[in-house]
Design a protein around this ligand. Structure first.
Ligand SMILES: *Cc1c(COP(=O)(O)O)cnc(C)c1O
Length: 373
């Protein structure tokens, strides 16, 4: 007999309870110094986060979406250009491309990692292609070496969407330092989350870093010096200070996520589903724990009814969104993406998740599969 438990997709309160002191010190210091926009908190975090990502620069932005938008602008992407990316990702990846005026060119994914399939890139390259934009989806790094090799051969830039993969490793190197630039989101539920909106572009290219610093601040590094057309996409001082206080905990939290993923593996392996698979080159940070099942929508509803906040990432792949119809994609354009998107289901996974909670998730899936065959 099942008993009802309530399991959220992420538990931000549990994390806050474990680091209250550090967070309060960070917030109060910002209040005492009145550095609310950029300032000491943001600069300190930028230095620490660049070092963490094994890159030279990090530039804080108002969100992950603005980080992507600004990074593409800094790479001179605009109307008439094409950016090769994946459809199996959060809308922000494609949105940022479209916001520059460029056209997103969607290619298919690898069925094991759910990340960009490098063998599909060259067929998608045209004279208009400027950037390849792989996504480290669900915390798992894309296969960067072949992507970087193709980019080099065709003189293209590579922008990593690392919004779900803070701290993930590709062949022992951190994501974020692999391409020409990388974008991170600090949306509260991400592996490293602010207490509000936030993002960053990480790069070792001084020119890109400086251009993003201008773009985020009305086109200039100093007040009222508008050298180029920019916007307001700055990271707030309080968020920078919070992120700086949280960063030292990130590796520990990611390790707990990996331990919990391993526990799930043991609990779920006898059930009827495809479990997450980690490529030999990768150390994933399990932003979410994504299984693939038949009867996905019914299982999702059943879990929700039983207090488990499972979620579909994402219900409609970007190439089939109504407002992208003009791009000319149809059902059948990206077979692996379309197959996967009908089957994926994200189970709650966060550092503080207990063995008892995971057992309940496994039991609930088991009872669904026993009664719905
Ligand atoms: C969260 C996310 C973004 C956007 O980040 P925001 O901070 O919410 O704007 C972009 N790409 C991916 C893959 C994401 O998961």
């Amino acid at each position: 007999m099942l008993f009802r438990m309530k399991i959220p997709l992420v538990d931000l309160k549990a994390q806050y309870d474990s680091i209250k002191n550090e967070i309060h010190v960070a917030i109060f210091h910002t209040l005492e110094t009145s550095q609310f926009i950029l300032g000491e908190g943001v600069e300190g975090f930028e230095k620490d986060f660049a070092q963490y990502c094994e890159a030279r620069f990090a530039v804080g932005t108002s969100s992950g979406t603005s980080a992507l938008h600004l990074a593409l602008l800094a790479m001179s992407v605009g109307a008439g250009d094409e950016v090769i990316t994946v459809s199996q990702t959060f809308i922000a990846t494609a949105e940022a491309i479209s916001l520059t005026g460029a056209r997103p060119v969607f290619i298919d994914i690898d069925e094991k990692t759910y990340c960009m399939d490098p063998s599909k890139i060259e067929k998608a390259i045209t004279k208009k292609t400027k950037v390849i934009l792989p996504v480290h989806l669900y915390g798992h790094p894309a296969d960067m070496d072949p992507i970087l090799a193709i980019a080099k051969k065709h003189r293209l830039l590579v922008l990593e969407d690392a919004c779900q993969a803070h701290g993930a490793l590709y062949k022992a190197k951190r994501v974020g330092g692999l391409g020409h630039a990388a974008c991170f989101s600090f949306y509260p539920g991400k592996n490293l989350g602010a207490y509000g909106e936030g993002g960053a572009v990480v790069t070792s290219d001084a020119e890109i870093a400086t251009k993003i610093k201008k773009l985020r601040n009305h086109g200039g590094l100093k007040k009222y010096e508008h050298e180029i057309l920019g916007m307001n996409a700055r990271l707030e001082g309080i968020q920078g200070a919070i992120l700086r206080a949280k960063l030292p905990f990130l590796d520990r939290w990611n390790e707990l996520r990996r331990q919990n993923a391993e526990r799930y593996q043991g609990l779920l392996k006898e059930l009827n589903m495809v479990l997450p698979r980690e490529a030999s080159y990768a150390k994933s940070v399990f932003h979410v724990y994504v299984i693939r099942v038949q009867e996905r929508d019914r299982l999702n509803a059943y879990l929700n009814e039983n207090g488990i906040s499972s979620v579909i990432h994402y219900p409609v792949p970007n190439h089939l969104l109504k407002f992208y119809r003009e791009l000319g994609y149809r059902e059948g354009s990206l077979p692996v993406t379309e197959k996967v998107s009908k089957e994926v289901l994200s189970l709650p996974l966060y550092p503080e998740l207990t063995e008892e909670q995971m057992q309940y998730v496994a039991d609930t899936i088991h009872s669904f599969q026993m009664t719905h065959r």
